[in-house]
Design a binder for this molecule. Sequence first.
Ligand code: HEC
Length: 158
Amino acid sequence: MIKRMGRAAGLRGWTLCGWMLAAGAIAGCDGPEGMDPDAGQPTAFDEQVARGASLFGMHCAHCHGADGRGGINEAPPLVGLDEGALPLEPRPGAVRDTRFVTVGDIAAFAAVNMPADAPGTLEVDEYYAVLAFALFANGIELEEELTPALAEELVIPR
Ligand code: HEC
């Protein structure tokens, strides 16, 4: 089973678990798990997501919500792309002045500006772990760990 999303195709499957292409697909949605020799074994991505979930709980959830859907301390949602989360353009009046084209763009913003009450205080790998968790919470699983290089290649579907 191909797990990693096609890079050229970007993240077109972000909210669509059934989406699959020859170039790549989303793991853990509806694929033939029985044929996956790695099924049942936590992958590097799984472990990154678990770490990210813990970090999110400590550093982000008190504003972005335990479920990532925002609403506390004026924090916008990070989960629910189909409902307008993480829009391409900054919202009117936002601190953010960059576009979110790739996952790397989100990482660049978050690493400098988040947590809003202690900007830049996480380690780089911690930001990527939190972002891996955010991908997972949006219904995406990657075949490999989310690295800065991979994040630059993953285009958010619009
Ligand atoms: C003290 C509250 C607070 C905390 C804690 C916090 N955020 Fe935020 N976050 C905000 C606010 C407010 C915004 C909107 C910023 C703006 O105006 O652009 C935001 C925006 C964001 C955005 C951009 C969303 C968008 O739609 O533009 C991301 C990504 C993000 N936060 C990630 C994180 C992560 C990851 C953490 C934890 C490491 C975190 N935030 C912790 C309040 C918070």
